[in-house]
Design a protein around this ligand. Structure first.
Ligand code: SAH
Ligand code: SF4
Ligand code: F3S
Length: 473
């Protein structure tokens, strides 16, 4: 059974940018992991472009190879290791080649990949990208270079990311970095550090700039977007009385007001923190997409407690009801982990029953992978055999496949406003594709609809992953 990773279709994608080429050197940048990592790669590209680097899609002609990595599951790290072995071989024929590792795996492994395994020349953690130019100089001078310092306030707010390899219509904007939640299975708090929010004015300015450049959809990113807060302390007190406070619902509204033709999405919501305020703001603005990613992880309260998620099954059920009450047409997706430490067959059945009840539009499903340093690694035994984890995962996936089909079938015969993203992947000569507000992929016959335009579509049929329709008007 294949694990799914957020944005898996973009895993390992090489990113391309134009540069002034002032230093004559070429960068090859490959990204793994979540949307936040891809967003960080755009910051890295921006920093290195200023240094005079151009990029290449061809690793053979690169002077500098950078991998922006993920540590969320063992498999994510194994993929990166294989790539690093390959680049190590390449160094034999091109001794001047510099290989760097960025992101979460860099933060987690620190000097190990450099000293013990001699796989890389540069190791840079997610909060140290401003230091890249000087680290590269250090390597040019014949040394190895490491900066894995985590920061309490770095948000890269002033760095204008370079949009790379995207469709020119949809873009990510990071609104928070780090995570303070300490879910017991999760490595993110260790690789990304403490949670901090970015200045709302810089977020709105970036959204406005993207709109002016022709983008028509932004996704606000954070590990827990609901805990976004500006000028509000963790205890809820105002920090500086001279400037306004901003919570996530207010930020969402500010971005929605940039332009009615700019769609706004966000990820990830946390069930323990998602407020009705956010739901009402979503309902109020047509351009805030009616789609919520609300990871549940498990349908059993005891397991949730062990996972340190901060909510019960009943609380989660109530949040689902609130979504449907306030926005009956809202689509919902989730993340699920099977085979967490000590998970009994009955507890697993609770996850299956939840999946059957909710009938999610979409789900990212994983079997548990123990991560070093996490609470679970220290406190619990990873005692569910791999075959059992995988069998449970297969059961979850089977239900979800039926759910996805059911939710798409419900949309057949209805009309939706679609944002055209470009040619369809399967038949680029004959079809266009785009998403509806609910985030379902819709394919239509080719017509005079440029990417970034909105069309009204009548849905005629579907498969388990795609809606097919025709333009009406
Ligand atoms: N901040 C988000 C999740 C980020 S990680 C949230 O709290 O929901 C994305 C997903 O990876 C998680 O939701 C979880 O389902 C999965 N995941 C995280 N750690 C994992 C682990 N150790 N093993 C398996 N899956 C894991
Ligand atoms: Fe990890 Fe939990 Fe933070 Fe999500 S909320 S990033 S699962 S610690
Ligand atoms: Fe992976 Fe780091 Fe994102 S561990 S999921 S790249 S925050």
């Amino acid at each position: 059974m294949e694990e799914k990773v957020i944005l898996e279709d973009r895993q390992g994608e090489a990113l391309i940018m134009e540069g002034n080429g002032a230093n004559g050197r070429k960068l090859y940048l490959e990204s793994y992991g979540c949307a936040m990592n891809f967003s960080d790669s755009e910051i890295v590209a921006s920093i290195l472009q200023k240094e005079g680097f151009t990029t290449t899609r061809n690793v053979e002609e690169a002077d500098l190879v950078m991998l922006n990595t993920c540590s969320i599951r063992e498999k994510a790290e194994a993929t990166v290791r294989k790539r690093l072995q390959l680049f190590k071989k390449q160094k034999l024929t091109n001794p001047g080649l510099i290989v760097g590792i960025l992101g979460c795996m860099a933060e987690r492994m620190k000097e190990t990949l450099l000293e013990e395994e001699k796989l890389v020349d540069i190791v840079v953690g997610p909060d140290a990208y401003r230091d890249l130019p000087s680290l590269i100089k250090q390597v040019d001078g014949g040394q190895k270079a490491v900066n894995v310092l985590l920061s309490r306030d770095e948000t890269y707010a002033d760095i204008s990311p370079i949009k790379l390899g995207g469709n020119g219509v949809t873009a990510f904007i990071s609104i928070t970095r780090g995570c303070d939640n300490m879910c017991s299975f999760c490595v993110v708090p260790f690789t990304r550090g403490r949670e901090r929010s970015r200045n709302p004015l810089s977020i709105v300015a970036e959204a406005r700039q993207l709109f002016d450049e022709g983008y028509r959809e932004v996704t606000l990113l954070g590990q827990n977007v609901d805990s976004y807060r500006w000028n509000i302390s963790k205890k809820g007190e105002i920090e500086d009385p001279n400037i306004p406070t901003t919570n996530f619902a207010q930020l969402l509204e500010m971005v929605a007001l940039v332009h009615p033709d700019l769609r706004v999405r966000f990820s990830t919501s946390h069930p323990k923190d998602m407020t009705d305020d956010v739901l009402h703001t979503m309902a109020k603005y047509e351009n805030i997409c009616k789609y919520i990613h609300l990871p549940v992880q498990s349908g059993n309260t005891e397991v949730l407690k062990k996972m340190n998620r901060g909510y019960t099954r009943e609380w989660y059920d109530e949040r689902m009801k609130a979504i449907k009450r306030i926005m009956p047409d809202c689509a919902i997706s989730t993340d699920v982990i099977t085979g967490f430490c000590g998970e009994t067959e009955e507890q697993h059945q609770d996850t299956l029953s939840l999946m059957r009840e909710v009938r999610y539009d979409y789900a990212y499903m994983f079997f548990y992978s123990e991560r070093p340093k996490t609470l679970a690694e220290r406190k619990f035994e990873d005692d569910i055999p791999l075959e059992v984890k995988k069998r449970r995962l297969a059961e979850v996936i089977e239900i979800q496949n039926a759910n996805s089909l059911y939710r798409l079938e419900q949309q057949v015969g209805k009309e939706y406003k679609i944002l055209i993203e470009g040619p369809s992947r399967k038949y680029p000569e004959e079809q266009l594709c785009g998403r509806n507000s609910q985030n379902a992929m819709v394919v239509i016959p080719k017509g005079p609809y440029p990417k970034g335009s909105y069309v009204n579509v009548y849905i005629e049929s579907c498969t388990g992953a795609t809606l097919f329709g025709k333009v009406i008007d």
